[in-house]
Design a protein around this ligand. Structure first.
Ligand code: FES
Ligand code: FES
Length: 222
C-alpha cells in the first residue's frame, strides 16, 4: 500500500474538518472500503484492477479490470468478442447492443463489473451454434449495407420480437428507436420483422432475396 493510501488512518485535525464538511453533502465514508448512503453500507472497489468474471454466450471469461471498464471494452478488448460494435461509444446509436438476461442494453454505457452474474448474449451467439432466424431474415431482406449497425440491430430485433410477435409499424418504430443505421436500411428491417411475424412485407422489402435479385440482374432485369 502506498503512503498516500495510508493517509486516512493518520488524519490531521484539518483533514478531519474537511471530511466532516464534505460528509454533510455526500454519502458518509465510514471506512476506506465502505460507504454509507441512505443508511445502507455499500462496498467500494477500485480504482485499481479487480477480478471480474462475465458469462458471455454461455462461457465464463475472467480478467482483472478496473471498475470503470465498460462492458463493451471488456468484451472487445479483453475477451475478443467483437460482435458488439463501437460506433458512438456514448449510448446513442445501439451498435454495441447485447442482451443481458434477455434485455437489450448498450454495452458502451454498462460497466463490466455490473454485468457479473448475468447472462450476456452477443450477436455471435444469438441463435446458439447456428445463425438465429432473425439474422437469416436480415440477409433475406437485404437489411444491411456496411453492416456496422447490423449486429446490434439483430440483437435488438430479436428482443423486440420476443415481446411483440406481431408488432405494428408504430410499435416497431418505437421498439427499435434505440438503434440507428447510417446507411438507411430501415425498410429492409421492417421487412425482417414482417417476415418474422408472418406478414406480407410492404414495398419491395422482404420480397426478394439477395440471391434472387442477383439472378434477376444477370438476366437483364431490374
Ligand atoms: S456504441 Fe454504444 S450506443 Fe453507440
Ligand atoms: S448498414 Fe451501415 S450503418 Fe447500418
Amino acid at each position: 500500500m502506498s503512503t498516500k493510501e495510508k493517509e486516512p488512518a493518520n488524519l490531521s485535525r484539518r483533514d478531519f474538518l474537511k471530511i466532516s464538511g464534505i460528509a454533510a453533502s455526500v454519502p458518509l465514508v465510514v471506512s476506506p472500503t465502505a460507504t454509507e448512503a441512505q443508511g445502507q453500507q455499500a462496498g467500494i472497489v477500485g480504482p485499481g484492477a479487480v477480478p471480474i468474471t462475465l458469462t458471455v454466450n454461455g462461457k465464463s471469461f475472467s480478467a482483472d479490470l478496473e471498475p470503470r471498464v465498460t462492458l463493451l471494452d471488456a468484451l472487445r478488448e479483453h475477451f475478443d468478442i467483437t460482435g458488439p460494435k463501437r460506433v458512438c461509444d456514448r449510448g446513442e446509436c445501439g451498435a454495441c447492443t447485447v442482451l443481458i438476461d434477455d434485455r437489450p442494453v448498450y454495452s458502451c454505457t454498462t460497466l463490466a463489473i455490473e454485468a457479473q452474474e448475468r447472462q450476456i448474449i452477443t450477436a455471435e451467439h444469438l441463435g446458439g451454434a447456428q445463425p438465429h432466424a432473425v439474422q437469416s431474415a436480415y440477409v433475406n431482406n437485404d437489411a444491411q449495407q456496411c453492416g456496422l449497425c447490423t449486429p446490434g440491430f439483430t440483437v435488438a430485433t430479436k428482443a423486440f420480437l420476443d415481446k411483440h410477435a406481431h408488432g405494428a409499424d408504430a410499435e416497431i418504430a418505437h421498439g427499435l428507436a434505440g438503434n440507428l443505421c447510417r446507411c438507411g436500411t430501415y425498410r429492409g428491417i421492417h421487412g425482417v420483422i414482417a417476415q418474422m411475424s408472418g406478414r406480407e412485407p410492404k414495398g419491395n422489402a422482404g420480397t426478394t432475396t439477395i440471391a434472387e435479385r442477383l439472378a434477376t440482374s444477370a438476366e437483364g432485369g431490374a
